[in-house]
Design a protein around this ligand. Structure first.
Ligand code: SAM
Length: 240
């Protein structure tokens, strides 16, 4: 952008003259293109839903019980407006399907059969859904224990109104008696922002460090070594 501005100055075109055009038209246009690419991925996810279970070669292990559940639900949120510099923001839909709190709670019914009596849950939530995350944890049969905080570097206007959102939350909840193999020194961690809704690897590292057992990631986007997964963007190891 700097380079364009310099070239334009050289061509005797004032940046003040064209910047309204850039901010009002060019940025939204770029966001629309990027949004379109994300929506293409969403369409692929929807197409996957049509697959019958016979399409999956991997067989599901019905006996396996998990002691560690790591979940990042598709809470109903907006992805932010097309123009981060404009005042009217917050009306761009997410490019993956979302679920109501009730739908997320209901997953607990089938999840119970896959989990041990002694089990821990790490549940991602946002500012908007902190209260509901406690409800989800309880409905899945866990007692909420500690809220861990992911601190991100503030970025300009970004999301949020009075306060720019620069934190996300990971609720730790437990059932039965699971002893941590190691104590972690803090309830917050700092990590760089990644792609939209992508969580930092440090969260998984902390879980790996503190707990051992069979690990299951819910709403996973990719298969990670040492973890089983479930979600509409991955070949799931369980059915819910
Ligand atoms: C917040 S994202 C997960 C992000 C992931 N933790 C990461 O770090 O990249 C929520 C995921 O849940 C998926 N999802 C939405 N509705 C679903 C459903 N009904 N069943 C399974 N997965 C669903 C979305 O497609 C998306 O991949």
């Amino acid at each position: 952008m700097m380079q364009i501005a310099l070239n334009l100055t050289w061509m005797n075109v004032s940046w003040d003259l064209i910047s309204p055009f850039v901010y009002r038209n060019l940025w939204p246009m770029l966001f629309t293109i990027i949004g379109g690419m994300q929506c293409q991925r969403y369409a692929e996810i929807e197409a996957q839903k049509g697959k019958s279970s016979d399409d999956y070669s991997r067989s599901i292990d019905l006996e396996k019980k998990y002691q560690i559940i790591y979940a990042d639900p598709p809470w109903k949120l907006q992805a932010g407006g097309p123009n981060l510099h404009a005042k009217q923001r917050g009306n761009r839909p997410l490019c993956y399907p979302t679920m109501t709190v009730r739908e997320i709670c209901n997953l607990g019914i089938n999840l119970r059969a896959h989990t041990s009596d002694d089990c821990v849950l790490f549940l991602w939530t946002t500012n908007k859904y902190i209260e509901e995350s406690y409800r989800v944890a309880r409905s899945w049969g866990f007692s909420p224990s500690t809220m861990l905080v992911w601190c991100k570097k503030p970025k300009g206007r970004g999301l949020g109104w009075t306060f720019g959102i620069s934190t996300e939350f990971l609720l730790f909840a437990r059932r039965g008696s699971v002893r941590a193999k190691e104590r972690h020194w803090s309830t917050w961690f700092e990590a760089a922002r990644r792609q939209h809704s992508q969580k930092p690897e440090i969260a998984r590292d902390i879980i790996d460090k503190c707990f051992e057992g069979n690990k299951l990631e819910l709403f996973a986007r990719q298969k990670v070594d040492g973890w089983d997964c479930w979600g509409n963007e991955v070949d799931s190891d369980i059915e819910l």
